[in-house]
Structure formats: structure tokens, C-alpha cells
Design a binder for this molecule. Structure first.
Ligand code: IMP
Length: 174
């Protein structure tokens, strides 16, 4: 099915907001070491940019998840495809998500990581679609609130395509 991508957030607008988020996170942790956990695959582009605006001693780790098939509707089932490489007990952990849609993925990951006894566990999300929420999840650092449209680019995909777009746009089917 042919589709086109209608721009929603330009590369410049994203870059400015990511810089602000980095500064906000730097202040929030006040010099304490941080474990930045990128939720794959969608947040790898965002995390790479964000971490370069965080002025703290930090290490990065990755959690692989899959919640969709090839379509645009969540299945509600969150599958862990790759676990953290090291324990997080006693550490300050910030989960970095590309988008919080129904909230099911983050809720599941928070439950899972809480059992590993981090000293703190918070969430940074680039995008939030509040109209789609099925569970409430606290987002400590948020880039943009958007309406209920399926978006791609800047790491976000539609059936694995469009992650390489430098901007975020809405998929429109012809
Ligand atoms: P949730 O579990 O419904 O909150 O969905 C979270 C995951 O679904 C995100 O990490 C994305 O991988 C994917 N997702 C949700 N909405 C979109 C979208 O508009 N575009 C691309 N991926 C999305």
C-alpha cells in the first residue's frame, strides 16, 4: 500500500528539545552517576543524541523489546528480546523510550527492573500519546506530547522502515 510521510517535528525542533532534556536530566541527578537504559530498537537515535547533552558520569545499557507485529496496533504483549548486560542494584537508572503510547511497554519494564533493586528508576520519553493510554505511567522527562497519529522517523519505524528519517512525520496512506 503506498504511503507518504507528512512532517510533524523538524530535525531542528527535535534537536533543541533534546538539548533541553539533557540539561534537565543533568540538573535532576546533581552529579550522581547514571545508568542510561535505551529501550530498543526505537530509542537508539534519541538516546545517542540525548546522552551527549547529559553532563554526568554515566554508562549506557540496552533493553530489547518487541510489542508489535508488522502493523501499527499494539498486541499488548511485551517481549524482551535483549536483557541488560549488567546488574543495576543500588544504581540510579533512567529508562529512555522513544514513545509512550498505551503505556504497556514502560509499565512492564518498570515492573521488571524494579525487582532488580535500583536506587532509583525513572523514565525519559521523547513522545507521549496521552489519548491512547491504557495504563498510567509516570514520565519524569518528556520531549513532546502528540496527538493520536502513527509517527515514524528519528528511530521510530513502521514495519522496520523509516527509522533513518532525520525528522518525525505522520504516516498517511494514499
Ligand atoms: P506502548 O506499549 O503502547 O506504550 O508502545 C510503546 C512502543 O510501541 C514504542 O516503544 C514504539 O516502539 C511503538 N509505538 C507506539 N506508537 C508508535 C508510533 O506512532 N510509531 C512508531 N512506533 C510506535
Amino acid at each position: 500500500m503506498p504511503e507518504r510521510i507528512v512532517p510533524m517535528l523538524t530535525a531542528d525542533v527535535i534537536a533543541q528539545r533534546v538539548r533541553e532534556l539533557g540539561e534537565e536530566i543533568t540538573k535532576a541527578y546533581a552529579g550522581r552517576p547514571l545508568v542510561l537504559v535505551a529501550v530498543l530498537k526505537g530509542s537508539f537515535v534519541f538516546t545517542a543524541d540525548l546522552m551527549r547533552h547529559i553532563d554526568l558520569p554515566l554508562r549506557t545499557d540496552f533493553l530489547g523489546t518487541r510489542s508489535y507485529g508488522e502493523g501499527t496496533e499494539t498486541t499488548g504483549v511485551v517481549q524482551i528480546t535483549q536483557d541488560l548486560s549488567r546488574p543495576i542494584e543500588g544504581e540510579d537508572v533512567l529508562l529512555v523510550e522513544d514513545i509512550v503510547d498505551t503505556g504497556l511497554t514502560i509499565a512492564h519494564l518498570l515492573d521488571l527492573l524494579q525487582t532488580r533493586k535500583p536506587s532509583s528508576l525513572r523514565v525519559c520519553a521523547l513522545l507521549h500519546k496521552p489519548s491512547r493510554a491504557k495504563v498510567h505511567v509516570p514520565i519524569d522527562h518528556l520531549g513532546f506530547t502528540i496527538e493520536d497519529k502513527f509517527v515514524v522517523g528519528y528511530g521510530l519505524d513502521w514495519a522496520e522502515r523509516y527509522r533513518n528519517l532525520p525528522f518525525i512525520g505522520v504516516v498517511e496512506h494514499a
